[in-house]
Ligand binder design. Structure first.
Ligand SMILES: [Zn+2]
Length: 141
């Protein structure tokens, strides 16, 4: 697997929220998501994965470039929660209470460290035709 490129942690200016697009209630672990990403993209995609129980698992250091928004990964932290679709695969906000709390806490921590950081959902990036992360980040976080 390719070593993720260096990313200057002093120049982090975006934080993007994702969902794993795994079915509601399926307890997929962060390590599994990283394995899928390495198989698909050749590297770990996200910096942090939030599991169903609210565990925020560090999957990539903040000085490493992720692979989570096409062409916009430099300076961009990626946080992914497990879930995001219903049992038929239709986009749905499946965040558990523990995941909601963890996402709020993580966003607050990054905002404290990087006051000018822009926080948005994957789907809020221009040209992205996806439902990810299946909720409105601007109003929820
Ligand atoms: Zn996404």
């Amino acid at each position: 697997m390719a070593t993720p490129a260096y990313m200057n942690p002093d120049r982090i200016n975006h934080l993007t929220i994702h969902c794993a697009a795994t079915p509601e209630g399926r307890d997929v672990k962060a390590a599994t998501i990283s394995q899928w990403d390495v198989a698909k993209f050749g590297q770990v995609s996200y910096h942090i994965v939030v599991e169903l129980d609210g565990s925020a698992v560090r999957t990539l250091a903040d000085d490493r470039r992720g692979a989570h928004v096409g062409g916009r990964n430099t300076g961009n932290i990626g946080i992914c929660y497990v879930g995001g679709v219903d049992r038929r695969g239709v986009p749905k906000d499946t965040r558990t209470p523990a995941q909601r709390e963890a996402l709020r806490r993580l966003v607050a921590e990054y905002r404290a460290r990087y006051p000018d950081i822009g926080v948005r959902g994957h789907r809020d990036w221009p040209g992205v035709a996806k439902a990810c992360p299946s909720f409105d980040v601007a109003s929820a976080l």
